[in-house]
Design a protein around this ligand. Structure first.
Ligand code: AMP
Length: 289
């Protein structure tokens, strides 16, 4: 495995692989790697010949400087995990390489006003800008993103369509700890009791999936049930949202759409956790948690 922080070196390495006829898969991350990230690598390797991972804590997507400062950074452990997972090339640029007094940014309108966007102003502009830069630097055939950050997936899919990026987006399932908590680099900030309470998020999704399985189709009833479950079993410090939205518009909806999302964001202590379930409504209803 080769790693570099230089755009020129990265481009040269990728060009050499493309000349050999290899397809390029790309996995963007902010590091503090866990099995969730590594599952993205596995998908990239299944779909492409050569996998590039970026590890970059993207300052411009943090609306809270405190959150940026305390974001976990473990470069040596990350490189070891990436190597073991079969990543071919790791891109580790610093702030100066990525941002020299930038004036150009990428924004996807409207979709960034919902869910997390409503609580984290500027976050998705930062995400779209860095992902666009990476797409231009790496020029991958495919890029893998996790369902865990479902609004990010939906916004990136729209950005790729609207701006004609020649890249296919693959969405990877949510990887969880054995007890159901979605793996996240932020989980290390949870105290043991906060972590236990945080399980209520995943359990509330399972609970509502069961209700859907039993025929419940009313979003208001499902939201109410999820909120009630989290409040009773998890007593979160605060809830940013529990929303049932149309997958395509991210607008709240009062009926089950062809593809809908039940999404949750809540604080346990000072740690903000997100989780979600995709509900597809075709011949049968399927819940993807
Ligand atoms: P991050 O390093 O948090 O920016 O995440 C990098 C990528 O890993 C994003 O596409 C995330 O959606 C994905 N990811 C994070 N956590 C998980 C998880 N538990 N399961 C699957 N993918 C994940």
């Amino acid at each position: 495995m080769y790693s570099t922080g230089s755009i020129e070196e990265l481009r040269a390495a990728i060009k050499a692989e493309k000349l050999k006829g290899k397809t390029i898969g790309f996995v963007p991350t902010m590091g503090a790697l866990h099995e969730g990230h590594l599952s993205l690598v596995e998908l990239s390797r299944k779909n492409c010949d050569y996998t590039v991972m970026s590890i970059f804590v993207n300052k411009i997507q943090f609306n809270d400087p405190g959150d940026y400062a305390k974001y976990p950074r473990v470069p040596d452990a990350d490189l070891a995990l990436a190597r073991n997972a079969g990543v071919d090339l790791v891109f580790t640029p610093n702030d100066e390489v990525m941002y020299k007094n930038p004036l150009a940014f990428v924004d996807v309108e409207y979709l960034d006003e919902e869910l997390c966007g409503a609580h984290r102003p500027g976050h998705f502009k930062g995400v779209c800008t860095v992902v666009s830069k990476f797409f231009n630097i790496v020029q991958p055939d495919i890029a893998v993103f996790g369902q865990k950050d479902i609004q990010q997936v939906i916004i990136i899919e729209k950005m790729v369509r609207d701006l004609n990026f020649p890249v296919s987006i693959i969405v990877a399932p949510i990887i969880r700890d054995a007890d159901g908590l979605a793996k996240s680099s932020r989980n290390i900030h949870l105290s043991p009791s906060e972590r236990k309470r945080a399980l209520s998020i995943h359990e509330s999704l399972q609970h509502t999936a069961q209700m859907i399985g039993n025929g419940e189709k009313n979003p208001a009833v499902l939201i109410e049930a999820a909120a009630d479950y989290i409040n009773r079993h998890g007593t979160p410090d605060s809830i940013d949202y529990i929303s049932f939205v149309d997958y395509n518009t991210l607008h709240n909806t009062d009926s089950m759409q062809e593809k809908s999302v039940l999404a949750v964001a809540a604080y346990f202590g000072k740690t903000r956790l997100i989780d979600n379930m995709i509900i597809t409504n075709g011949d049968t209803i399927t819940c993807i948690i």
